[in-house]
Design a protein around this ligand. Sequence first.
Ligand SMILES: [Fe+2]
Ligand SMILES: [Fe+2]
Length: 495
Amino acid sequence: MTTGRKSRRLSFQRAVLGETRALWMHVDLHRFVNGLIFGLLLAALVAAVNFQHTWPGAEQAIGHSLLILALCTICSIYLVTFESRRIRAFRAIGSVGILSIIPIAAAVWLPDFGLPVHVNPVVMVAFIFGIVYSERTAVMLSLMLCVLIGLSLQITHPRQLGAMPYDLAVVLFAGATVAALGCGKIRKRSKLLKLGLLSAVVQVALIAAAALRAGGPLDYRDAIFGFTNGIVWAVLVTALLPLIEQVFKVATGISLLELSDQSHPLLRQLSLEAPGTYHHSLILGNLAESAGEAIGINSLMLRVGAYYHDVGKLAKPEYFVENEEMQGSMHSNLSPTMSALIITAHTKDGAQLARDKGLPEPIVDLIQQHHGTSLVEFFYHRAKELNGTQVDPELFRHPGPKPQTKEAGVLLLVDSVESASRALPEPTPSRIARQVHDVINRKLIDGQLDECELTLTDVHKIEQNLIRSLTSVFHGRIKYPEPDEPITGRDQNGR
Ligand SMILES: [Fe+2]
Ligand SMILES: [Fe+2]
Protein backbone atom coordinates (compact mmCIF):
# COMPACT_ATOMS: atom_id res chain seq x y z
CA MET A 1 0.00 0.00 0.00
CA THR A 2 1.39 3.42 -0.93
CA THR A 3 1.91 6.07 1.77
CA GLY A 4 -0.81 8.29 0.25
CA ARG A 5 -3.40 5.51 0.23
CA LYS A 6 -2.40 4.46 3.73
CA SER A 7 -2.84 7.97 5.15
CA ARG A 8 -6.17 8.39 3.29
CA ARG A 9 -7.36 5.10 4.77
CA LEU A 10 -6.22 6.10 8.27
CA SER A 11 -7.95 9.48 8.09
CA PHE A 12 -11.13 7.74 6.84
CA GLN A 13 -10.99 5.26 9.72
CA ARG A 14 -10.42 8.09 12.20
CA ALA A 15 -13.36 10.03 10.75
CA VAL A 16 -15.71 7.00 10.92
CA LEU A 17 -14.65 5.85 14.40
CA GLY A 18 -14.66 9.39 15.80
CA GLU A 19 -18.14 10.09 14.48
CA THR A 20 -19.44 6.71 15.69
CA ARG A 21 -18.03 7.27 19.19
CA ALA A 22 -19.60 10.74 19.33
CA LEU A 23 -22.97 9.32 18.27
CA TRP A 24 -22.87 6.60 20.95
CA MET A 25 -21.96 9.07 23.68
CA HIS A 26 -25.00 11.09 22.63
CA VAL A 27 -27.26 8.02 22.52
CA ASP A 28 -25.97 6.78 25.91
CA LEU A 29 -26.94 9.96 27.73
CA HIS A 30 -30.22 10.32 25.85
CA ARG A 31 -31.35 6.74 26.44
CA PHE A 32 -30.21 6.81 30.07
CA VAL A 33 -32.34 9.90 30.77
CA ASN A 34 -35.32 8.39 28.91
CA GLY A 35 -34.98 5.13 30.86
CA LEU A 36 -34.81 7.01 34.15
CA ILE A 37 -37.91 9.04 33.28
CA PHE A 38 -39.79 5.86 32.35
CA GLY A 39 -38.89 4.06 35.61
CA LEU A 40 -39.86 7.02 37.79
CA LEU A 41 -43.03 7.77 35.81
CA LEU A 42 -44.32 4.20 36.00
CA ALA A 43 -43.42 3.77 39.69
CA ALA A 44 -45.21 7.04 40.51
CA LEU A 45 -48.30 6.00 38.50
CA VAL A 46 -48.49 2.54 40.14
CA ALA A 47 -48.05 4.00 43.62
CA ALA A 48 -50.71 6.63 42.87
CA VAL A 49 -53.22 3.98 41.69
CA ASN A 50 -52.51 1.76 44.73
CA PHE A 51 -52.64 4.45 47.41
CA GLN A 52 -55.64 6.14 45.82
CA HIS A 53 -57.49 2.87 46.38
CA THR A 54 -56.06 1.92 49.79
CA TRP A 55 -53.71 3.81 52.11
CA PRO A 56 -51.83 1.11 54.04
CA GLY A 57 -50.00 3.41 56.49
CA ALA A 58 -46.71 5.28 56.13
CA GLU A 59 -44.27 2.41 56.78
CA GLN A 60 -46.02 -0.08 54.51
CA ALA A 61 -46.43 2.62 51.86
CA ILE A 62 -42.66 3.35 51.86
CA GLY A 63 -41.77 -0.35 51.64
CA HIS A 64 -44.34 -0.95 48.90
CA SER A 65 -43.12 2.07 46.92
CA LEU A 66 -39.50 0.86 47.12
CA LEU A 67 -40.49 -2.59 45.80
CA ILE A 68 -42.40 -0.97 42.94
CA LEU A 69 -39.50 1.38 42.19
CA ALA A 70 -37.04 -1.53 42.10
CA LEU A 71 -39.21 -3.41 39.62
CA CYS A 72 -39.72 -0.36 37.40
CA THR A 73 -35.98 0.39 37.50
CA ILE A 74 -35.12 -3.15 36.38
CA CYS A 75 -37.58 -2.70 33.55
CA SER A 76 -36.16 0.66 32.51
CA ILE A 77 -32.63 -0.85 32.51
CA TYR A 78 -33.95 -3.53 30.19
CA LEU A 79 -35.51 -0.95 27.85
CA VAL A 80 -32.36 1.20 27.85
CA THR A 81 -30.23 -1.84 27.02
CA PHE A 82 -32.37 -3.61 24.43
CA GLU A 83 -34.82 -1.05 23.04
CA SER A 84 -32.73 2.13 23.16
CA ARG A 85 -33.50 3.00 19.55
CA ARG A 86 -37.25 2.96 20.15
CA ILE A 87 -37.29 4.81 23.46
CA ARG A 88 -35.36 7.80 22.12
CA ALA A 89 -38.60 9.70 21.71
CA PHE A 90 -40.27 10.93 24.86
CA ARG A 91 -43.59 10.12 23.21
CA ALA A 92 -42.63 6.41 23.17
CA ILE A 93 -41.77 6.48 26.87
CA GLY A 94 -45.10 8.15 27.67
CA SER A 95 -47.05 5.61 25.60
CA VAL A 96 -45.38 2.62 27.30
CA GLY A 97 -46.00 4.19 30.71
CA ILE A 98 -49.69 4.89 30.03
CA LEU A 99 -50.28 1.45 28.48
CA SER A 100 -48.56 -0.21 31.43
CA ILE A 101 -50.74 1.46 34.03
CA ILE A 102 -54.03 0.27 32.45
CA PRO A 103 -53.76 -3.42 33.56
CA ILE A 104 -52.69 -2.38 37.07
CA ALA A 105 -55.56 0.09 37.43
CA ALA A 106 -57.95 -2.59 36.10
CA ALA A 107 -56.67 -5.18 38.61
CA VAL A 108 -57.06 -2.76 41.51
CA TRP A 109 -60.46 -1.29 40.64
CA LEU A 110 -62.43 -3.98 38.75
CA PRO A 111 -62.99 -6.29 41.78
CA ASP A 112 -64.74 -3.35 43.48
CA PHE A 113 -67.34 -3.46 40.69
CA GLY A 114 -67.96 -7.19 41.15
CA LEU A 115 -65.88 -8.25 38.14
CA PRO A 116 -63.48 -11.20 38.59
CA VAL A 117 -59.74 -10.39 38.70
CA HIS A 118 -59.19 -12.71 35.75
CA VAL A 119 -60.58 -10.05 33.47
CA ASN A 120 -57.45 -8.00 32.86
CA PRO A 121 -56.18 -6.14 29.78
CA VAL A 122 -52.58 -7.25 30.32
CA VAL A 123 -53.10 -9.65 27.39
CA MET A 124 -54.12 -6.71 25.17
CA VAL A 125 -51.09 -4.74 26.31
CA ALA A 126 -48.84 -7.74 25.56
CA PHE A 127 -50.30 -7.87 22.03
CA ILE A 128 -49.62 -4.15 21.54
CA PHE A 129 -46.04 -4.31 22.90
CA GLY A 130 -45.37 -7.34 20.70
CA ILE A 131 -46.63 -5.54 17.60
CA VAL A 132 -45.01 -2.18 18.38
CA TYR A 133 -41.71 -3.31 19.92
CA SER A 134 -40.65 -6.96 19.86
CA GLU A 135 -41.74 -10.31 21.28
CA ARG A 136 -38.83 -10.22 23.74
CA THR A 137 -39.78 -6.78 25.06
CA ALA A 138 -43.46 -7.71 25.23
CA VAL A 139 -42.66 -10.77 27.38
CA MET A 140 -40.39 -8.75 29.67
CA LEU A 141 -42.91 -5.92 30.12
CA SER A 142 -45.74 -8.43 30.66
CA LEU A 143 -43.72 -10.15 33.38
CA MET A 144 -43.14 -6.84 35.10
CA LEU A 145 -46.82 -5.89 34.83
CA CYS A 146 -48.01 -9.25 36.22
CA VAL A 147 -45.67 -8.99 39.23
CA LEU A 148 -46.85 -5.38 39.75
CA ILE A 149 -50.48 -6.61 39.58
CA GLY A 150 -49.70 -9.23 42.23
CA LEU A 151 -47.98 -6.67 44.50
CA SER A 152 -50.76 -4.13 44.01
CA LEU A 153 -53.57 -6.61 44.84
CA GLN A 154 -51.72 -7.70 47.96
CA ILE A 155 -51.86 -4.11 49.26
CA THR A 156 -55.29 -3.13 47.99
CA HIS A 157 -57.27 -6.37 48.53
CA PRO A 158 -55.35 -8.24 51.25
CA ARG A 159 -58.32 -9.97 52.84
CA GLN A 160 -60.65 -10.62 49.91
CA LEU A 161 -58.07 -12.26 47.62
CA GLY A 162 -55.69 -14.00 50.03
CA ALA A 163 -53.06 -15.99 48.11
CA MET A 164 -54.84 -15.36 44.80
CA PRO A 165 -52.61 -12.48 43.57
CA TYR A 166 -49.76 -14.97 43.00
CA ASP A 167 -51.98 -17.44 41.10
CA LEU A 168 -53.41 -14.58 39.12
CA ALA A 169 -49.95 -13.24 38.22
CA VAL A 170 -48.95 -16.65 36.83
CA VAL A 171 -52.22 -17.10 34.89
CA LEU A 172 -52.04 -13.63 33.35
CA PHE A 173 -48.32 -13.87 32.58
CA ALA A 174 -48.80 -17.19 30.77
CA GLY A 175 -51.71 -15.76 28.74
CA ALA A 176 -49.76 -12.59 27.93
CA THR A 177 -46.65 -14.55 26.93
CA VAL A 178 -48.61 -16.67 24.46
CA ALA A 179 -50.02 -13.46 22.95
CA ALA A 180 -46.66 -11.67 22.90
CA LEU A 181 -44.59 -14.49 21.43
CA GLY A 182 -46.74 -14.85 18.34
CA CYS A 183 -47.20 -11.29 17.19
CA GLY A 184 -43.73 -10.18 16.12
CA LYS A 185 -44.25 -11.00 12.46
CA ILE A 186 -48.01 -10.88 12.04
CA ARG A 187 -49.04 -10.81 8.41
CA LYS A 188 -52.69 -11.90 8.76
CA ARG A 189 -55.45 -10.63 11.05
CA SER A 190 -56.61 -14.22 11.63
CA LYS A 191 -53.29 -14.97 13.34
CA LEU A 192 -54.13 -12.47 16.09
CA LEU A 193 -57.44 -14.26 16.70
CA LYS A 194 -55.71 -17.68 16.81
CA LEU A 195 -53.23 -16.30 19.35
CA GLY A 196 -56.14 -14.95 21.42
CA LEU A 197 -57.76 -18.40 21.40
CA LEU A 198 -54.51 -20.09 22.44
CA SER A 199 -54.00 -17.53 25.20
CA ALA A 200 -57.56 -18.21 26.42
CA VAL A 201 -56.99 -21.98 26.55
CA VAL A 202 -53.72 -21.54 28.47
CA GLN A 203 -55.41 -19.22 30.99
CA VAL A 204 -58.29 -21.64 31.60
CA ALA A 205 -55.86 -24.55 32.08
CA LEU A 206 -53.86 -22.57 34.65
CA ILE A 207 -57.00 -21.39 36.47
CA ALA A 208 -57.91 -25.09 36.78
CA ALA A 209 -54.38 -25.86 38.04
CA ALA A 210 -54.66 -23.07 40.65
CA ALA A 211 -58.03 -24.51 41.81
CA LEU A 212 -56.45 -27.98 42.13
CA ARG A 213 -53.60 -26.54 44.19
CA ALA A 214 -56.04 -24.75 46.48
CA GLY A 215 -57.89 -28.07 46.95
CA GLY A 216 -61.23 -26.57 45.92
CA PRO A 217 -63.49 -27.18 42.91
CA LEU A 218 -62.94 -25.17 39.74
CA ASP A 219 -65.00 -21.98 39.80
CA TYR A 220 -66.68 -22.03 36.38
CA ARG A 221 -67.19 -18.28 36.53
CA ASP A 222 -63.40 -17.80 36.78
CA ALA A 223 -62.84 -20.24 33.90
CA ILE A 224 -65.37 -18.50 31.66
CA PHE A 225 -63.89 -15.07 32.38
CA GLY A 226 -60.35 -16.45 31.89
CA PHE A 227 -61.36 -17.78 28.47
CA THR A 228 -63.06 -14.49 27.54
CA ASN A 229 -59.93 -12.63 28.65
CA GLY A 230 -57.96 -14.15 25.78
CA ILE A 231 -60.54 -13.83 23.01
CA VAL A 232 -61.95 -10.35 23.72
CA TRP A 233 -58.57 -8.61 23.78
CA ALA A 234 -57.47 -10.30 20.56
CA VAL A 235 -60.66 -9.11 18.80
CA LEU A 236 -60.19 -5.61 20.21
CA VAL A 237 -56.54 -5.41 19.09
CA THR A 238 -57.52 -6.65 15.61
CA ALA A 239 -60.15 -3.91 15.37
CA LEU A 240 -57.83 -1.23 16.75
CA LEU A 241 -54.81 -2.18 14.61
CA PRO A 242 -54.95 0.92 12.33
CA LEU A 243 -55.21 3.17 15.42
CA ILE A 244 -52.30 1.38 17.12
CA GLU A 245 -50.17 1.88 13.98
CA GLN A 246 -51.03 5.57 13.93
CA VAL A 247 -50.45 6.26 17.63
CA PHE A 248 -47.16 4.37 17.82
CA LYS A 249 -46.05 5.31 14.30
CA VAL A 250 -45.36 1.70 13.31
CA ALA A 251 -46.29 -0.40 10.30
CA THR A 252 -47.36 -3.99 10.97
CA GLY A 253 -46.76 -6.81 8.54
CA ILE A 254 -50.49 -6.77 7.74
CA SER A 255 -50.53 -3.18 6.46
CA LEU A 256 -47.13 -3.59 4.78
CA LEU A 257 -48.45 -6.58 2.83
CA GLU A 258 -51.50 -4.57 1.79
CA LEU A 259 -49.21 -1.76 0.61
CA SER A 260 -47.01 -4.15 -1.37
CA ASP A 261 -49.98 -4.97 -3.64
CA GLN A 262 -49.12 -3.52 -7.04
CA SER A 263 -52.73 -2.49 -7.59
CA HIS A 264 -52.39 0.18 -4.89
CA PRO A 265 -53.56 3.47 -6.51
CA LEU A 266 -50.23 5.24 -5.88
CA LEU A 267 -48.21 2.42 -7.48
CA ARG A 268 -50.62 2.26 -10.42
CA GLN A 269 -50.23 6.01 -10.91
CA LEU A 270 -46.44 5.62 -10.75
CA SER A 271 -46.47 2.85 -13.36
CA LEU A 272 -48.58 4.97 -15.75
CA GLU A 273 -47.02 8.42 -15.28
CA ALA A 274 -43.41 7.52 -14.44
CA PRO A 275 -42.79 4.02 -15.85
CA GLY A 276 -39.00 4.34 -15.56
CA THR A 277 -39.23 5.24 -11.87
CA TYR A 278 -41.73 2.41 -11.32
CA HIS A 279 -39.38 -0.11 -12.90
CA HIS A 280 -36.46 1.20 -10.81
CA SER A 281 -38.61 0.89 -7.66
CA LEU A 282 -39.52 -2.73 -8.42
CA ILE A 283 -35.86 -3.72 -8.88
CA LEU A 284 -34.98 -1.80 -5.73
CA GLY A 285 -37.68 -3.71 -3.81
CA ASN A 286 -35.92 -7.02 -4.49
CA LEU A 287 -32.42 -5.70 -3.81
CA ALA A 288 -33.42 -3.88 -0.60
CA GLU A 289 -35.36 -6.86 0.78
CA SER A 290 -32.39 -9.15 0.21
CA ALA A 291 -29.94 -6.64 1.78
CA GLY A 292 -32.28 -6.24 4.76
CA GLU A 293 -32.42 -10.01 5.27
CA ALA A 294 -28.61 -10.14 5.20
CA ILE A 295 -28.39 -7.99 8.34
CA GLY A 296 -31.59 -9.23 10.02
CA ILE A 297 -33.75 -6.09 9.88
CA ASN A 298 -37.34 -5.58 8.70
CA SER A 299 -37.01 -6.72 5.09
CA LEU A 300 -40.75 -6.42 4.29
CA MET A 301 -40.60 -2.78 5.39
CA LEU A 302 -37.62 -2.29 3.06
CA ARG A 303 -39.40 -3.87 0.09
CA VAL A 304 -42.46 -1.65 0.59
CA GLY A 305 -40.32 1.43 1.30
CA ALA A 306 -38.47 0.79 -1.97
CA TYR A 307 -41.76 0.57 -3.92
CA TYR A 308 -42.81 4.02 -2.68
CA HIS A 309 -39.46 5.78 -2.13
CA ASP A 310 -39.57 7.85 -5.34
CA VAL A 311 -43.31 8.68 -5.52
CA GLY A 312 -42.32 12.34 -5.15
CA LYS A 313 -41.10 12.17 -8.76
CA LEU A 314 -44.78 12.03 -9.81
CA ALA A 315 -44.82 15.84 -9.50
CA LYS A 316 -42.37 16.19 -12.44
CA PRO A 317 -41.58 12.68 -13.75
CA GLU A 318 -40.07 13.88 -17.05
CA TYR A 319 -37.22 15.66 -15.21
CA PHE A 320 -35.75 12.39 -13.91
CA VAL A 321 -33.23 10.47 -15.97
CA GLU A 322 -35.07 7.11 -15.88
CA ASN A 323 -38.18 8.69 -17.48
CA GLU A 324 -36.34 10.80 -20.06
CA GLU A 325 -36.18 8.24 -22.85
CA MET A 326 -39.40 9.42 -24.52
CA GLN A 327 -38.78 13.18 -24.44
CA GLY A 328 -35.03 13.72 -24.10
CA SER A 329 -33.51 15.70 -21.26
CA MET A 330 -35.69 18.46 -19.81
CA HIS A 331 -32.65 19.96 -18.10
CA SER A 332 -30.86 21.21 -21.22
CA ASN A 333 -32.48 24.68 -20.94
CA LEU A 334 -32.27 24.95 -17.16
CA SER A 335 -29.48 26.26 -14.95
CA PRO A 336 -27.77 23.58 -12.81
CA THR A 337 -29.16 25.24 -9.65
CA MET A 338 -32.73 25.04 -10.97
CA SER A 339 -32.22 21.41 -12.05
CA ALA A 340 -30.89 20.53 -8.59
CA LEU A 341 -33.90 22.23 -6.98
CA ILE A 342 -36.29 20.09 -9.04
CA ILE A 343 -34.35 16.89 -8.28
CA THR A 344 -34.01 17.50 -4.54
CA ALA A 345 -37.70 18.42 -4.13
CA HIS A 346 -38.82 14.83 -4.78
CA THR A 347 -38.10 13.59 -1.22
CA LYS A 348 -40.23 16.30 0.42
CA ASP A 349 -42.95 16.03 -2.26
CA GLY A 350 -42.94 12.24 -1.84
CA ALA A 351 -43.28 12.41 1.94
CA GLN A 352 -46.18 14.84 1.62
CA LEU A 353 -47.92 12.72 -1.02
CA ALA A 354 -47.46 9.59 1.12
CA ARG A 355 -48.92 11.36 4.16
CA ASP A 356 -51.87 12.59 2.08
CA LYS A 357 -52.52 9.03 0.89
CA GLY A 358 -52.42 7.71 4.48
CA LEU A 359 -49.23 5.65 4.22
CA PRO A 360 -47.79 4.66 7.63
CA GLU A 361 -45.25 6.99 9.21
CA PRO A 362 -42.24 4.58 8.90
CA ILE A 363 -42.76 4.51 5.11
CA VAL A 364 -43.04 8.33 5.03
CA ASP A 365 -39.73 8.48 6.94
CA LEU A 366 -38.07 6.14 4.43
CA ILE A 367 -39.23 8.38 1.57
CA GLN A 368 -38.00 11.52 3.31
CA GLN A 369 -34.60 10.07 4.27
CA HIS A 370 -33.69 7.94 1.25
CA HIS A 371 -31.13 10.43 -0.09
CA GLY A 372 -30.07 11.84 3.28
CA THR A 373 -28.22 15.08 2.59
CA SER A 374 -26.33 13.64 -0.40
CA LEU A 375 -24.90 15.91 -3.06
CA VAL A 376 -26.55 15.97 -6.49
CA GLU A 377 -23.12 15.50 -8.01
CA PHE A 378 -24.12 15.63 -11.68
CA PHE A 379 -25.49 19.18 -11.50
CA TYR A 380 -22.92 20.30 -8.91
CA HIS A 381 -20.11 19.40 -11.28
CA ARG A 382 -21.95 20.99 -14.20
CA ALA A 383 -22.29 24.21 -12.16
CA LYS A 384 -18.58 24.10 -11.37
CA GLU A 385 -17.79 23.70 -15.06
CA LEU A 386 -19.93 26.76 -15.86
CA ASN A 387 -19.01 29.02 -12.91
CA GLY A 388 -15.52 27.91 -11.98
CA THR A 389 -14.88 26.79 -8.40
CA GLN A 390 -17.15 29.40 -6.73
CA VAL A 391 -20.11 27.06 -6.24
CA ASP A 392 -21.68 26.41 -2.85
CA PRO A 393 -22.16 22.61 -2.58
CA GLU A 394 -24.93 23.12 0.02
CA LEU A 395 -27.18 24.40 -2.80
CA PHE A 396 -26.86 21.00 -4.45
CA ARG A 397 -27.64 18.80 -1.47
CA HIS A 398 -30.86 16.90 -0.74
CA PRO A 399 -32.73 18.41 2.22
CA GLY A 400 -32.46 15.30 4.41
CA PRO A 401 -32.68 14.36 7.20
CA LYS A 402 -29.98 11.72 7.08
CA PRO A 403 -31.26 8.14 7.60
CA GLN A 404 -32.41 7.68 11.20
CA THR A 405 -33.00 3.92 11.13
CA LYS A 406 -31.09 0.94 9.82
CA GLU A 407 -33.84 0.40 7.23
CA ALA A 408 -33.45 3.97 5.91
CA GLY A 409 -29.65 3.56 5.80
CA VAL A 410 -29.96 0.36 3.76
CA LEU A 411 -32.45 1.99 1.37
CA LEU A 412 -30.07 4.93 0.79
CA LEU A 413 -27.18 2.57 -0.01
CA VAL A 414 -29.20 0.23 -2.22
CA ASP A 415 -30.81 3.12 -4.14
CA SER A 416 -27.42 4.75 -4.76
CA VAL A 417 -25.82 1.49 -5.86
CA GLU A 418 -28.72 0.46 -8.12
CA SER A 419 -28.84 3.86 -9.83
CA ALA A 420 -25.08 3.89 -10.40
CA SER A 421 -25.07 0.31 -11.71
CA ARG A 422 -27.51 1.23 -14.49
CA ALA A 423 -24.84 3.46 -16.04
CA LEU A 424 -22.12 0.81 -15.81
CA PRO A 425 -20.80 -0.13 -19.26
CA GLU A 426 -20.07 -3.86 -19.72
CA PRO A 427 -20.84 -4.93 -16.16
CA THR A 428 -18.39 -7.70 -15.25
CA PRO A 429 -18.39 -9.15 -11.70
CA SER A 430 -15.17 -7.30 -10.82
CA ARG A 431 -16.49 -3.96 -12.18
CA ILE A 432 -19.74 -4.40 -10.27
CA ALA A 433 -17.82 -5.18 -7.06
CA ARG A 434 -15.57 -2.13 -7.51
CA GLN A 435 -18.49 0.18 -8.21
CA VAL A 436 -20.57 -1.07 -5.26
CA HIS A 437 -17.55 -0.62 -2.97
CA ASP A 438 -16.87 2.92 -4.30
CA VAL A 439 -20.49 4.10 -4.01
CA ILE A 440 -20.85 2.77 -0.43
CA ASN A 441 -17.50 4.26 0.59
CA ARG A 442 -18.51 7.68 -0.76
CA LYS A 443 -21.72 7.61 1.30
CA LEU A 444 -19.80 6.59 4.43
CA ILE A 445 -17.18 9.31 4.04
CA ASP A 446 -19.90 11.88 3.29
CA GLY A 447 -21.38 11.02 6.73
CA GLN A 448 -24.75 9.88 5.35
CA LEU A 449 -24.87 6.85 7.70
CA ASP A 450 -23.84 8.74 10.85
CA GLU A 451 -27.27 8.79 12.46
CA CYS A 452 -28.69 5.35 11.65
CA GLU A 453 -26.79 2.87 13.85
CA LEU A 454 -25.65 0.73 10.93
CA THR A 455 -22.34 -0.80 12.04
CA LEU A 456 -19.34 -1.26 9.74
CA THR A 457 -20.06 -5.02 9.90
CA ASP A 458 -23.61 -4.35 8.66
CA VAL A 459 -22.27 -2.17 5.85
CA HIS A 460 -19.81 -4.91 4.83
CA LYS A 461 -22.63 -7.50 4.75
CA ILE A 462 -24.82 -5.15 2.69
CA GLU A 463 -21.96 -4.59 0.24
CA GLN A 464 -21.37 -8.34 -0.21
CA ASN A 465 -25.12 -8.93 -0.64
CA LEU A 466 -25.46 -6.17 -3.24
CA ILE A 467 -22.47 -7.44 -5.22
CA ARG A 468 -24.04 -10.93 -5.27
CA SER A 469 -27.51 -9.64 -6.21
CA LEU A 470 -26.31 -7.26 -8.94
CA THR A 471 -23.95 -9.86 -10.43
CA SER A 472 -26.86 -12.27 -10.78
CA VAL A 473 -29.09 -9.50 -12.24
CA PHE A 474 -26.48 -8.65 -14.89
CA HIS A 475 -25.48 -12.29 -15.50
CA GLY A 476 -26.39 -13.43 -19.00
CA ARG A 477 -27.74 -10.03 -20.03
CA ILE A 478 -27.55 -9.53 -23.79
CA LYS A 479 -24.83 -7.09 -24.69
CA TYR A 480 -26.41 -4.10 -26.42
CA PRO A 481 -24.53 -1.83 -28.83
CA GLU A 482 -22.53 0.90 -27.12
CA PRO A 483 -24.43 4.22 -26.81
CA ASP A 484 -23.22 7.13 -28.94
CA GLU A 485 -22.61 9.45 -26.01
CA PRO A 486 -19.94 8.74 -23.45
CA ILE A 487 -21.26 7.30 -20.19
CA THR A 488 -20.32 9.24 -17.07
CA GLY A 489 -20.92 6.40 -14.60
CA ARG A 490 -23.21 8.64 -12.58
CA ASP A 491 -26.83 9.66 -13.02
CA GLN A 492 -28.55 13.02 -12.68
CA ASN A 493 -29.29 12.42 -9.04
CA GLY A 494 -25.61 12.43 -8.40
CA ARG A 495 -25.44 8.83 -7.23
FE1 LIG B 1 -35.00 9.29 -4.95
FE1 LIG C 1 -34.59 5.91 -6.34
